[in-house]
Each structure stands twice: as structure tokens, then as C-alpha cells.
Design a protein around this ligand. Structure first.
Ligand SMILES: [Zn+2]
Length: 84
């Protein structure tokens, strides 16, 4: 939660993933997210899951998914991270 760190936290990364998949991130945010994904298997896996669900449901992007679907993925992600 530190504002001093330049790296995105996992929680921020999860929030950025939606915009990332919709190509709505600024170049700077995209780079920050990609840098985080490169060193964080949990978030990289989450991105792949969301991407797979978007493709499977034929949605245009994450915003098209049922909120419950997206929420379920976030919960899966948090279980995977063992973040409590
Ligand atoms: Zn992460």
C-alpha cells in the first residue's frame, strides 16, 4: 500500500488487467503492468484466466463479462496468492 513504491502491487495489477485487455491503458501503465507480470506468476496467471474467459464467452472485453464472473476470477486469484 506504499505510495512510495513505483512498482504496482498485485491488487493494482488486477485492476489494471481489465483496462489492459481493453487496450485502455496509457503506455506508462501498460509498461508498469507488463513489468509486474514478468515477475509475478500469480498476476500473469490471472491475466491468462481473464483472457481465456473473455475469449470463451465471446465478450468484447472484461467489461462485457458478468460482474460475478469477474469477481469469481478475482477471488480465485486471491486464493491462489494466499493473500489474507
Ligand atoms: Zn502480482
Amino acid at each position: 500500500m506504499s505510495l512510495l513504491t513505483r512498482d504496482v502491487s498485485c491488487r493494482e495489477a488486477v485492476e489494471l488487467v481489465t483496462d489492459f485487455l481493453e487496450d485502455a491503458l496509457s503506455a506508462r501503465d501498460r509498461r508498469r503492468l507488463e513489468r509486474h507480470l514478468a515477475k509475478c506468476d500469480g498476476c500473469a496467471g490471472y491475466l491468462e484466466q481473464v483472457r481465456a474467459v473473455v475469449v470463451a464467452t465471446g465478450a468484447v472485453g472484461p467489461e462485457d463479462l458478468e460482474p460475478a464472473t469477474l469477481q469469481g476470477l478475482v477471488e480465485l486469484f486471491e486464493q491462489y496468492k494466499g493473500d489474507s
